[in-house]
Design a binder for this molecule. Structure first.
Ligand SMILES: Nc1ncnc2c1ncn2[C@@H]1O[C@H](COP(=O)(O)OP(=O)(O)O)[C@@H](O)[C@H]1O
Ligand code: SF4
Ligand SMILES: [Mg+2]
Length: 315
């Protein structure tokens, strides 16, 4: 059986001709947790939304997004409904924007079963409570009757995960799902995602600006900068042997056990806006190794070995 469930090739998503996602290629294997990391504005969310056909109308997407052997970028609306219903599910940073405030969480999960799995009302209600139990919401019978605002942020994120799982997707895209949560609740949600991956075999694309969080969960990590993938490796390899100056910068900003928290070095400078990205290396303005070659030419992506590739002129 083919291990790859999603194969993205040369994805480009542009706003008025300016690419916000540029030449992005990666794959996700069945049951794998893939991390995507990069600062705000690097194109992580836009790339993810495009995988579900949810990019803003003003954005033009090209390249291939092959899921179950089919290029999704050729989809019509009806095809997208099917992908979103039972192929790929997405959870976001702020569940309140995705949940309906005037419908109980039990009814919202039940609706997924009615719409996508053909359950009748009674059966769907029962399965909704089972899902709440599965995502470890205490007293699920009672909580099913709660409205979203009656639950804590962590509980609401669990409800979102339950809704995503109700469709039995092959891939869950989680876009900064723990960023709004405090550290303890964040750890619980990460544990839950891993547990559910282990029990259901669903693959997870986990997006975060925090390399520490990403590497806790993901087996493999993609590092994005200014719309491009600059480095890809297993989590272990990325920590032990980071090659791209941007990845090295992200690692240097992580708090260390016993280290002083308030003196963490930030990477100086900022991600350039879409219309100010030149034809050379996207990181050139902020890189202490930059040379004239870096200004003039885009570095090619080089595979260092089976599990590690990087795009930089000066390794
Ligand atoms: N609707 C939009 N219109 C114009 N530009 C957008 C829109 N959505 C995102 N962008 C731009 O695309 C780039 C990538 O954004 P995004 O994918 O949200 O980054 P990330 O998730 O990594 O923080 C940013 O420069 C952002 O300003
Ligand atoms: S290509 Fe040059 S500017 Fe870009 S990351 Fe490598 S050394 Fe730095
Ligand atoms: Mg984002």
């Amino acid at each position: 059986m083919d291990q790859t469930i999603l194969d993205v090739r040369r994805l480009r998503v542009a706003y008025k001709g300016y690419p916000a996602v540029n030449d992005v290629s990666f794959h996700i294997d069945r049951g794998e947790i893939l991390g995507v990391v990069g600062e705000s504005g690097c194109g992580k969310s836009l790339a993810a939304l495009t995988l579900m056909g949810l990019q803003p109308n003003v954005m033009k997407a090209s390249g291939d997004v092959v899921f179950r052997g089919k290029n999704l970028l050729e989809n019509r609306d009806a095809d997208w409904m099917k992908v979103r219903g039972e192929g790929i599910a997405m959870i976001f940073q702020e569940p309140m924007t995705a949940l309906n405030p005037v419908v109980t969480v039990g009814d919202q999960i039940a609706e997924m079963f009615e719409l996508h799995r053909g359950s009748n009302k009674a059966e769907a209600a029962e399965r909704a409570v089972e899902m709440l139990e599965r995502v470890h919401i205490p007293d699920p019978m009672r909580r099913a009757k709660a409205f979203p605002h009656e639950l804590s942020g962590g509980m609401r994120q669990r409800v979102m995960i339950a809704m995503a799982l109700a469709c039995e997707p092959e891939l869950i895209i989680a876009d900064e799902p723990t960023t709004a949560l405090d550290v303890t609740v964040q750890a619980q949600v990460l544990d839950l995602l891993e547990e559910l991956r282990d029990s259901t075999g669903t693959a997870v694309q986990f997006i975060s600006h925090n390399l520490g969080v990403v590497s806790q969960l993901a087996e493999r990590v993609i590092v994005m900068y200014a719309g491009r993938i600059v480095e890809q490796a297993t989590s272990e390899e990325l920590f032990a042997n980071p090659q791209h100056p941007y990845t090295q910068g992200l690692l240097a900003t992580l708090p260390r056990i016993g280290g002083a928290r308030d003196v963490l070095p930030a990477i100086p400078g900022a991600v350039p806006p879409l219309d100010q990205r030149g034809s050379g290396c996207p990181f050139v303005d902020r890189c202490n190794k930059a040379s004239p070659t870096c200004v003039a030419m885009m570095p090619e992506t080089v595979a260092l070995n089976d599990i590690h590739s990087v795009a930089c002129h000066h390794l």
